[in-house]
Design a protein around this ligand. Sequence first.
Ligand SMILES: [Zn+2]
Ligand SMILES: [Zn+2]
Length: 278
Amino acid sequence: MTPGLPQNTLSLSPSQLAPQNIFEKNQNSSTTCSGYCTRCNSLHTFSENNAGKACLELMELFRIKQRIDLESPAHKADPRFSTDYLFGQARGKMFGILECFDVTGNKVILKAFSGQYNGIWEVDGWAPPLFQVDAFEDLTSSIEKKIKSLGREMECYPPDSSERKKLQRERKKLSQDLMKEIHGLYQVTNFRGETRSLGDVYTGHNGIPTGTGDCCAPKLFHLAARKNLKPLGLAEFYWGKENKSQTKESETFYPSCREKCEPILGFLLCGLQGTGHE
Ligand SMILES: [Zn+2]
Ligand SMILES: [Zn+2]
């Protein structure tokens, strides 16, 4: 969270932007994500610093341009990337910024959206997912076809028949195997330069929730580690129609999630010693 930061800050006049100015002078040290590292047997935490300010600038771009394909000139804007999508049935989404230094000391801003945007995994200027999109789509489409055809075959047998139950078990096993294979496609790299699959780094106990690795924080830290960047600060905000459970509303900052991110961030943050983030 970003305490003291009012919503709609950017709709205020510059003289009313006191919280943002305070921000610039005193870097925000509130923790925006953390995870337990099994290698170091300790909790790795990471704070906001100036990433919240960069998020406010991104929000202002969303307001002005009403789209996320910010690399494209207006006449080449792709309607699939309009922010209208976030205010419709699909509802809003988390966006995040990781502020980094490159090896020469230049500041680099990485940005990410959670999951897919309007069914699309990769958008220019945004952190990619943790897997090769082609491999992901090949795998899911072939197994989903099999799952559907088993479903159709099941319909040919009476509900309590042994044939139908057998097919049902087969279908369930296929879905479970698919999830395992999908998690195997997710590769995460940390700041020690180690790369592991999602299943290997997940520290939770109840199986890996669907969507783990698709949030902003893991995409951003992985990308920074791959690009040999040194992260300085992370902030994440929600943009669009409030989520179904009404726990997230537009233009508001939130820390990384507990269910999906915390169990993999211990690994992802490992190796950041000496940056004040250990
Ligand atoms: Zn998350
Ligand atoms: Zn560690």
